[in-house]
Design a protein around this ligand. Structure first.
Ligand code: ANZ
Ligand code: ZN
Length: 800
């Protein structure tokens, strides 16, 4: 037959839908498999071939699981709140609801045309009020449990998008959305206390199957540091300056202290400080820098000595100067450090520039050149002298500090609390009320969802206020506690809110009484396998793991960890090797490929193009190659015969079942497809195959190219749909060759080859070798001294 994709693809898509074969059953005796892909943001640009690749891994695995007898949940939805839609609404005056609905329609159409086996009855849209009701509900539970707090702080602010950004969304000092420079601004911020879950997020990594680099990135992001808090007296004032250090063992090497420019002690004792003008000028300079700039390891350190205050080293009573410098951050530890220039490079650079003493306390380096950060014998350190191991000296010092009441062991995290509000329209309204009498009060649960009001003007105010602040009917309300006139919070939740729990909703998407029914959660959770991009490993994955741990503590879900296994796809690059982007004009529209070469071709190509985890450039030629392969697959029906393939080919067929089955599990889709390509070459060369042989072939190919395989299945009279037929099993015995060809050496030189039964005894191998005419001629007239046989590899005769 011919691969008439335009005819067969819509036909099978309709049959699958009609037979409901991709609908997950909540009550089933079969084992369950929950495969999850990162749901798309329905942007105006439509779907990208990168989405197709991202969804194809679990598409193939889900199709294989159904054929293996699993009850499969493979859902899709839309993460639809967010700035791009809102910016487009501002530009065009169209309501974001209308834009979102259109984009979702377009995305759904694209996904259906590619033939993905999603369960379309469970589609989620995070902007749907039946959905965001539960996003708000989870937020209120966090509020109830003290995990929501408000603080006026310096925040990363994007002047272009007019939004506050989390550190995660402003890495490198650039806005993650528009890439403009981020500035520091003082604002009221709602935080989620994610740091309270830092240890659980670290511990949980022990129980999940994530790639090593994914775990490492999360560990690094959480950034747990073990150290000590130590109190330094400040000469002349009745207050201690507390520092955080990971190296209490170096206390005798402290020659100065540094505090962050924002440290409150400065204002508190401004009257004692004699150079406030200089300090104020320096603080103003620092306010212009982003945290990123401040933490760069630049040698050129800046700072100002605080005149009028001096610190006292608690272990030896020595007076030491105190500086303010921008390399110390207010947001980490205590915002103050003890500086040990001999053993910390930043302190070293600072000391060199400001002419401060450098005292060596650990031997092993050359401190005339740079700080020594390695291990070594302790010197100049009183009771620590002679200690050789960092671990021991730290332990000994901590003992001393605790005994004298000067300090104690403690931990710190790099991860900060999650800034959880945006001054924009298209997001979940934060369900809180500001009451003049009661303070901040939760919107009562039975009033959820707190709906987004209909507005005409989506532009944020110039003062950085949310557009909601302009809607009096939304803002003005009564306090649920005391009935006084009160005002609603007008900020909305960040883009990451809706995606922090969406995988739970798929298990029970239409539930009006709970985010999901516990029995359904117990049946489906955890997600067995979650595939997505590296860019979501530290934000989305950490946020959603945090929410899930919280819900577990609340008793609302049944497992602490949401995802049992995680895998990562590589990017698809343009043919030019650059990242595909609209501005470069190198984006490939999946529907163009479906139109010209067929959905099966597109599906096969995105998995054949390279290692699944690697970034690979798009190649139209290889697309054509995949199309040709499928043409040949269709052509197999033309060489059907009563006769099966040869023994040799039957062995290869069984080896291919084995290889494709295990390659799919290991995300080695390209080699799985390559082995099917090799097999078809050999079958074509032999010129015939039986119905049974063809059945095996199309079953193996069907997760990749399901439409053409269904068509062939129907053609050869297969029963029911191939999508729910049985995955082929291989016969281990048949994967083993009956005979093998091996070399025969005489006195170390290869003199010929022989064919022996696979795994035969050595006597048999020698017998066959000696019977070979050519070998016999080399042995003739000589004495056989030694016979060597390496099974299935080689025979070696030594003769004189
Ligand atoms: C003395 C010392 C001696 C330090 C030494 C290091 C080496 P991690 O591992 O990242 O937790 N530090 C503490 N608070 C800081 C802040 N707010 N801003 C900038 N630096 C700060 O790093 C902890 C170390 O970073 C601390 O240990 C402190 O310097 C510095 F040989 O104290 B250390
Ligand atoms: Zn009140």
């Amino acid at each position: 037959m011919k691969y008439l994709f335009k005819k067969i693809e819509p036909k099978w898509q309709a049959k699958w839908e009609e037979a409901k074969v991709f609908e997950a059953k909540d009550n089933s005796d079969k084992p369950k498999f929950y495969g999850l892909v990162e749901f798309p943001y329905p942007s105006g640009a439509g779907m990208h071939v990168g989405h197709i690749k991202a969804y194809s891994s679990l598409e193939v695995i889900s199709r294989k699981r159904r054929m293996e007898g699993y009850n499969v949940l493979f859902p899709i939805g839309f993460d639809a709140f967010g700035l791009p839609t809102e910016n487009y609404a501002v530009k065009t005056g169209t309501h974001p609801r209308i834009i979102t609905d259109e984009n979702i329609k377009r995305f759904s159409n694209q996904l259906k045309k590619v033939g993905f086996s999603f369960d379309w009855n469970r589609v989620i849209d995070t902007t749907d009020e039946d959905y965001y009701k539960w996003t708000q509900w989870i937020f209120l539970k966090m509020f109830e449990k003290g995990l929501v707090f408000r603080d006026r702080t310096l925040v990363n602010y994007c002047p272009h998008c007019k939004v506050v950004l989390s550190n995660e969304d402003s890495q490198g000092g650039k806005c993650d959305i528009c890439h403009s420079d981020v500035v520091q601004k003082s604002k009221d911020v709602w935080y989620l206390r994610i740091t309270q879950y830092a240890d659980k997020l670290l511990e949980g990594l022990k129980d999940v199957d994530y790639p090593d680099n994914v775990k490492q990135q999360q560990i690094h992001w959480i950034g747990k540091s073990k150290g000590a808090f130590v109190n330094f007296d400040v000469d002349g004032i009745d207050e201690k300056l507390e520092i955080y250090t990971t190296r209490p063992d170096t206390l005798f090497g402290v020659t100065f202290m540094v505090i962050a420019p924002e440290h409150p002690i400065i204002d508190k004792y401004a009257d004692k400080i004699t150079n406030m003008d200089e300090i104020t000028a320096y603080r103003n300079e620092c306010a212009k820098k982003t945290e990123f700039e401040r933490t760069q390891l630049v040698k050129d350190k800046t700072g100002v000595r605080i005149q009028g205050l001096e610190g006292i080293n608690p272990v030896n009573g020595k007076k030491i100067p105190i500086y303010i410098a921008d390399y110390v951050m207010m947001g980490y530890g205590t915002g103050a450090i003890m500086a040990v220039p001999a053993h910390d490079q930043r302190d070293y650079d600072f000391a060199k520039k400001f002419g401060i003493d450098i005292i060596e306390v650990i031997k092993g380096g050359d401190i005339s050149k740079e700080a020594y950060t390695g291990d070594g014998e302790m010197v100049n350190s009183d009771f620590l002298n002679g200690y050789a191991k960092k671990k021991d000296s730290i332990e000994r010092m901590l003992e001393e500090l605790e005994k004298k009441g000067i300090g104690k062991a403690g931990v710190q995290y790099k991860m900060k609390d999650w800034a959880f509000n945006r001054q924009r329209y298209w997001g979940e309204p934060i369900p809180l009320i500001h009451c003049p009498n009661c303070g901040v009060v939760a919107v009562p649960e039975n009033e959820l969802p707190l709906r987004l009001p209909d507005v005409k003007d989506f532009e944020p105010g110039e003062d950085g206020q949310s557009p909601l602040a302009k809607i009096d009917s939304f803002v003005n309300c009564t306090c649920p506690k005391c009935g006084a006139a009160a005002k609603r919070e007008t900020d909305t939740m960040p883009q990451w809110a809706g995606s922090s729990w969406y995988f739970l909703r798929y298990t029970d998407p239409h539930n009006a009484n709970a985010l999901a029914d516990m029995d359904k959660l117990k049946y489906w959770m955890p997600v067995d396998w979650y595939n997505g991009g590296m860019e979501h490993v530290t934000r989305h994955m950490i946020y959603s793991r945090f929410w899930h741990h919280f819900l577990y503590d609340l008793g609302v879900v049944n497992t602490p960890e949401p995802y049992a296994k995680r895998s990562i796809q590589g990017l698809i690059l343009g043919p030019d090797g650059d990242k595909m982007s609209k501005s470069k004009g190198n984006v490939v529209d999946p529907l163009d490929i479906v139109e010209e070469y067929g959905a099966d071709t597109l599906r096969t190509y995105v998995l054949f193009m390279g290692d699944y985890g690697a970034a690979t450039p798009w190649s139209e030629n290889s697309v054509k190659g995949c199309k040709k392969f499928l043409d040949r697959v269709a052509g197999l029906t033309d060489i059907l015969s009563e006769e099966s393939v040869s023994d040799e080919l039957e062995m290869k067929l069984h080896r291919t079942i084995k290889k494709v089955s295990s390659d799919i599990e290991n995300l080695k889709f390209n080699t799985a497809i390559a082995s099917l390509m090799t097999l078809i070459n050999e079958i074509t060369a032999e010129g015939h195959l039986s119905k049974n042989d063809l059945t095996i072939f199309i079953k193996l190919l069907s997760p990749f190219a399901p439409h053409i395989c269904e068509e062939i299945w129907e053609f050869i009279g297969g029963e029911g749909l191939l999508a729910v037929s049985e995955w082929p099993k291989y016969d281990e015995g048949k994967t083993i060759a009956k005979t093998v060809e091996i070399g025969v050496q005489v006195n170390g030189k290869v003199r010929g080859t022989i064919v022996i039964p696979n795994g035969c005894e050595k006597e048999k191998a020698f017998e066959i070798a000696k019977a070979d005419e050519r070998i016999a001629s080399f042995l003739e007239g000589k004495n056989l001294i030694k016979e060597i046989y390496v099974p299935n590899k080689i025979v070696n005769f030594v003769a004189k």
